[in-house]
Design a protein. Structure first.
Length: 302
């Protein structure tokens, strides 16, 4: 499970080297918004070389954000990248309909087969709310994804974005004066969370654009973890430490989880047990097991 996902321009060697030295779980090497069109061929070449150089290395996972699936640039992005090797994942922006996810998954299967890579080894992180149509399509994800064999296993996560959606809507603001998201953007965030849970993928919270405002970032992290997100996108290395810390279970949470597991272990045939004067059931056990699994992943450095 990846907690921190750091965007890095695909054409900036300096920023890439800085990002590689960070504690980010994953780098998103960007071929879309942060790269000017004339620089795209050079960015593809640079990203491909980076993938080849760090193929067997330690450090962050290397993912690539391609151009949108509606763009003719997207197949060219993937062909150029796979000419150097197989990335750990593709970040797919501006998805508007589920058919685009299916089409990209099939293209990835073709590219994997061409290189002799394990089928399905290139995962997908879907940015699902950058267009109005994309937001409206989220309830269709479970049925559409399950209709394609093995597609569910390819989808690592679903995330949401406010900036492009705001532009598409002509919205004058994304937040109330209090700092809370307006209804439309709260809906986008919630739909992302629900769709991710429905397909068994990670729900990844969107970026905190105020990258120098540590209190805003912490507020977003507290809300994200409370609501069920398990990671967050980042746009600056200085955001990584707070993100990693926010999605790591606290010692109090780990201890409670151990006690929940022990309570059920002492009564293996029971569906409900008592702990600290409260009745707890199987959903509590499942949550406790998730906490302990996250703890083990942190220890193993996964």
């Amino acid at each position: 499970m990846l907690r921190s996902w750091l965007f890095v321009p695909g054409d900036s060697e300096r920023k890439q080297e800085k990002a590689l030295a960070s504690a980010a779980d994953a780098l998103i090497l960007d071929l879309e918004d942060s790269v000017a069109p004339p620089q795209l061929p050079a960015a593809r070449q640079r990203v491909g070389e980076l993938l080849r150089a760090h193929r067997a290395g330690s450090g962050p996972q290397l993912w690539v954000r391609s151009n949108p699936p509606s763009s003719p640039l997207m197949p060219e992005d993937l062909a150029a990248i796979f000419a150097h090797g197989v990335p750990q994942g593709i970040v797919l922006p501006k998805v508007s309909v589920t058919a685009e996810i299916v089409r990209v998954a099939r293209l990835l299967s073709t590219l994997e087969a061409r290189l002799g890579a394990e089928p399905g080894s290139t995962r997908l992180l879907i940015i699902a709310t950058e267009t109005p149509a994309g937001l409206l399509a989220l309830p269709q994800y479970p049925a559409a994804i399950d209709a394609v064999p093995k597609l569910r296993r390819r989808i690592a996560g679903i995330t949401w974005g406010a900036e492009d959606l705001s532009t598409a809507l002509g919205a004058l603001a994304q937040r109330e004066n209090s700092g809370a998201l307006t209804f439309t953007f709260q809906l986008a965030r919630t739909q992302c969370l629900l769709a991710a849970a429905a397909v068994g993928a990670q729900a990844i919270d969107g970026v905190c654009t105020e990258f120098r405002d540590s209190s805003r970032l912490q507020q977003e992290l507290d809300l994200a973890r409370r609501d069920g997100f398990s990671g967050k996108l980042a746009i600056h290395p200085d955001q990584i430490a707070a993100i990693n810390s926010a999605f790591a279970p606290t010692e109090a949470e780990r201890e409670h989880a151990r006690r929940v597991v022990a309570a059920f272990a002492s009564a293996p045939s029971a569906g409900v047990v008592s702990l600290d004067g409260r009745m707890i059931d199987r959903p509590h056990l499942l949550q406790a097991q998730r906490v302990l699994a996250a703890t083990q992943r942190d220890r193993d450095g996964i």
